[in-house]
Design a protein. Structure first.
Ligand SMILES: Cc1cc2nc3c(=O)[nH]c(=O)nc-3n(C[C@H](O)[C@H](O)[C@H](O)COP(=O)(O)OP(=O)(O)OC[C@H]3O[C@@H](n4cnc5c(N)ncnc54)[C@H](O)[C@@H]3O)c2cc1C
Length: 574
């Protein structure tokens, strides 16, 4: 039998919140929150992505936004029941504002709000055409000179960007640009995605040959169109490329492949961008109102500068340009770096019969894929979760309901359990000389990803090769210089090399703003990504959200979109 007591408690609280907010009694509303409360708002109240931490910030936000927002009808979400465990009552909630319908999640502790998530489901009057409102497709009846769907699509493709300007231009047609484009298409916002590669999915296809996604299928669905039930757990890169290409087509996106954005500038007076692109060799000037840089957080290679790179006679390239291992059989390979790409490339080179040395310059967090799946993700993103009724939408919202300020507290026990479970594995790696870390505060992979987007490997087999010496390891050293045929390390070791791979990561997306717009705009916007946690490579001040991602920036009408497939799906706000 369902326990109705939590429902009663949540309804009472929502009733009190509704009453206080409707009456503009901000102090009464604030009284309903715990002292250590968090209110995470995705667009609904703030038209931004913001977490209010503590009662003072909740009060300030309400003072600034309540009169405009006019929230009402707070209640337990239709068809849902609140639940109670470990002294915390949780519930899905719904509410309205003057312009939108909202959905959210609430946790109560000692009868007061501990965490509150408010998200905008839809704008009133701009609902997506789904379900009962889906398009008819066919035009029944008889009509002279009628056009077909195909003719309409061709006409749109011929005019958009030429005789009619798009409202939005998205630069970068990887999964980020594509997922956002799909959302804007559903909202009837005229949008062009410009992509310098020829076909959607090419950013995955062009990566090293052995790459398969490190995240599992349940975490990776695209919006509107989930993967079929027979889709592999870890998508091979070319397969994900094909899926993106198919998706772009069936979601009817205006996707300009083989088109490079050359530069963009904003006219503050007309509030309009001038975006210069080269499409199939011809320059075209677009004049959108909004510009999104979805140019990839793993797309601007960090290429190190080492003495002697100009005289090295073998192959040398950044990991993003690594062609695969085939031509390196029996060759000597040196891979600089020790994160995901370095491990994947070392393993593939070893499989192909190369003599491989990994150069580890700083500590790396390693987590075995099956441990991560079982202990880190299974509750929300796994076949068991699906079987027990968890939907992708709910999993995303539960995930989003945990404020970044305290997320590490939920992560630390997970990684402690993983360390215990895989203690022998970690011991063997250390014995081989591998320098491990678990994040500055032992909070593991996900926090490293959110804070700095680097510094880890999800082990799918390469670690065993490191542990048993098949992949040779030089750790705690840097590269001093290259000679014509070797790499000399800071401890004086000389590694003979036919090929050197720089698996040295990627630069901030902010660099794209500098390249395409100006240094001034890039500086005005500031760093992109990171939380401001004051941990390694994530300097403060504390932001409480991902810096400049998916939300308004200091440059009017300029947006950044990207991240992993989960984020591309969930953070497609408009
Ligand atoms: C080795 C590796 C493994 C990864 N594994 C995973 C994983 O398992 N799961 C996961 O979710 N993510 C993974 N990632 C992260 C991955 O980068 C992103 O998930 C994904 O590629 C990001 O998509 P995106 O659309 O933001 O950027 P990208 O896919 O990088 O797309 C950006 C696009 O912008 C285009 N572009 C750039 N500048 C211009 C310009 N001036 N004009 C026109 N086009 C331009 C580029 O050609 C590119 O196609 C991995 C990344 C790497 C490098």
């Amino acid at each position: 039998m369902l326990d109705k007591a939590p429902n009663g408690k949540v309804s009472d609280l929502l009733g009190a919140l509704d009453k206080a907010l409707s009456a503009g009694e901000i102090e009464h509303a604030v009284d309903l929150f715990q002292a250590d409360c968090y209110w995470r708002d995705l667009v609904t109240f703030t038209w931004n992505i913001k977490t209010m931490e503590g009662k003072d910030q909740v009060r300030d936000m309400l003072k600034a936004r309540l009169a405009d927002t006019k929230p009402s009808n707070w209640k337990i979400a239709d068809g849902e029941d609140a639940s109670e465990a470990g002294g915390i009552i949780e519930s899905w909630i719904q509410f309205e504002t003057e312009v939108a319908r909202g959905f959210g999640h609430m946790r109560l502790k000692d009868g007061r709000i501990w965490t509150l998530l408010t998200t905008m489901s839809e704008l009133k009057g701009h609902e997506e055409a789904v379900g009962f409102d889906r398009p008819m497709g066919a035009k029944h009846g008889a009509e002279r000179n009628r056009t077909t769907w195909k003719e309409d699509r061709e006409a749109e493709a011929a005019e958009l960007g030429y005789s009619r300007q798009p409202y939005c231009v998205i630069v970068g047609g990887g999964q980020g640009g594509i997922a956002l484009g799909a959302r804007l298409r559903q909202l009837n916002v005229p949008t062009i995605i410009v992509e310098k590669n020829e076909r959607p999915g090419d950013s995955w296809r062009r990566r090293y040959k052995s790459l398969c996604l490190h995240d599992p299928v349940w975490y990776d669905h695209l919006p509107y169109l989930p993967f079929p039930r027979n889709w592999p757990v870890f998508s091979p890169k070319d397969k994900i490329g094909d899926w993106l290409e198919m998706y772009t087509k069936v979601m009817e996106l205006n996707y300009w492949g083989s088109t490079e954005c050359k530069k963009a500038s904003y006219d503050e007076k007309n509030r309009e961008w001038t975006v210069v692109v080269e499409r199939d060799g011809k320059e075209i000037v677009l004049k959108p109102k909004q510009l999104v840089l979805a140019t990839g957080m793993s797309a601007k290679p960090n290429i190190p500068k080492f003495e002697g790179m100009d005289i090295f006679k073998g192959d040398q390239h950044h990991s993003s340009k690594h062609p695969g291992p085939d031509k390196y059989k029996n060759k000597k390979a040196v891979v600089i770096g020790s994160n995901n790409s370095a491990h994947d490339i070392c393993a593939a080179l070893w499989e192909a019969g190369a003599d491989v040395t990994m150069v580890q310059r700083s500590t790396t967090h390693i987590v075995k894929s099956d441990s991560l799946m079982e202990l880190g993700l299974a509750a929300l993103y796994s076949e068991q979760a699906v079987q027990s009724g968890m939907t992708t939408a709910k999993a995303d919202l539960i995930f989003a309901s945990l404020p970044y300020k305290i997320l590490h507290e939920f992560q630390i026990p997970v990684y402690n359990a993983i360390r215990e479970r895989d203690a022998d594995f970690y011991k063997r790696l250390e014995k081989a000389g591998f320098l491990l870390d678990y994040g500055d505060d032992d909070s593991g992979l996900f926090m490293k990803y959110l804070r700095r987007g680097s510094g880890y490997y999800i082990d799918v087999g390469a670690s065993e090769l490191v542990a048993n010496g098949s992949i040779k390891l030089k750790s705690g050293v840097d590269v001093k210089k290259l000679t014509e045929d070797s790499v000399i390390l800071s401890d004086g070791t000389e590694l003979p090399a036919d090929v050197v791979v720089y698996a040295t990561g990627y630069g901030s997306m902010n660099g794209w703003a500098a390249d395409l717009i100006s240094r001034e705009v890039a500086d005005k916007v500031g760093k992109v990504w990171g939380l401001g946690s004051n941990t390694t490579k994530d300097p403060g001040p504390w932001e409480g959200e991902q810096r400049n991602m998916w939300k308004p920036t200091q440059q009017e009408a300029l947006w950044f979109h990207g991240g992993n497939l989960h984020q591309s799906r969930f953070c497609r706000f408009s």
